[in-house]
Design a protein around this ligand. Sequence first.
Ligand SMILES: Cc1cc2nc3c(=O)[nH]c(=O)nc-3n(C[C@H](O)[C@H](O)[C@H](O)COP(=O)(O)OP(=O)(O)OC[C@H]3O[C@@H](n4cnc5c(N)ncnc54)[C@H](O)[C@@H]3O)c2cc1C
Length: 330
Amino acid sequence: MAPPATSCRSPTPTTGSNWSGRSATGRRTSPLTLGHGSNVIASDTGHEGTVAVMNTRGITVKRVNDDTVAATVQAGHPLADLVQWATAEHLAGIECLAGIPGTVGAAPVQNAGAYGQQVSDALDHLTAWDWDMGRLRTLPAQACRLRHRDSRFKNDPCRWTILTATFHLTRSPAAPITYQPLADELGVHVGARLPVAEVTAAVLANRHRCGLLLDPHGSDARQAGSVFLNPPVSAAQAARWSAAGCPVHTDSDGQLRASAGWLLEHTGYRPGYKIADGIRCSERRTLTLTAHDGATATGFALALSELSVQVEIATGIKLRPEPTLVGAWA
Ligand SMILES: Cc1cc2nc3c(=O)[nH]c(=O)nc-3n(C[C@H](O)[C@H](O)[C@H](O)COP(=O)(O)OP(=O)(O)OC[C@H]3O[C@@H](n4cnc5c(N)ncnc54)[C@H](O)[C@@H]3O)c2cc1C
């Protein structure tokens, strides 16, 4: 759900070396960088300033050793196409990211992940234009501060335009399955290792069944995916709510997290529930809000806040929106 902008550029260079980052008045400016806009909610008045939409594409492969290749991918390359390519090449490391919409350049921003795997598992380094320093930077994965759905880019959005991402992928079976629903889908135990193509197919089948695949022509087409992150909970909250049936898991940073979807349903929301004019829970899953005729971005943001308040009243747990709000908000 991307914004109207006062100007829009589609950068082509991968080095960024001709990006002065200065406006006509000589002031340093930075654009709002977007990929496919699948994880942003733009204000009704749009964005005051330049929006750079990443359309760069391509994958360059270099041998690291007998088992490992380094795949350097342009920021505008669709993540789904990258996973499809890796699957066809029998390269493991990103197979569980199948079906996540958006671009490769946006994937490190919230350390995109699903089914027990995330960008940080395979990212080696990336290149980015640093608008503060006015130069191209190469950042090793460690310097990206990738955490659960978080990174230094998410916390400092105007500073960076990610240009390429380099993943280390291995010629091997897929990484061990760590996520129980995926193990169930495959009919194996957690820890099993299977061919990459089998895992990718199972992830896509499970996403399809759970309403997690974006259908651009379906009734849920206007959406930004899950609207809340699974909230961090204390050990006491985890014990209390898992006893009530709430799925609780430990994320890759060791933090206990409760299921945001379960908390919404416990509070009374259901798939298809109408929250405001033109805004309702997806027909397939409560955690996805969809926009229809009559919806406004302001209404969407108010709906998020209403849901969050009601869940906090019912459970004492605070939900934080996952999509990024861009533009001016009253
Ligand atoms: C149906 C659906 C399912 C989803 N499932 C998942 C999932 O399973 N796991 C998951 O993690 N996410 C999921 N998402 C969220 C979303 O797909 C990811 O966050 C994705 O990485 C966003 O890519 P994009 O190109 O659309 O980014 P955009 O929405 O365009 O941008 C997202 C953020 O990244 C910034 N950004 C984008 N490109 C760059 C760049 N090149 N340099 C610097 N900053 C940039 C933007 O400014 C913005 O803050 C889902 C979304 C939908 C709609």
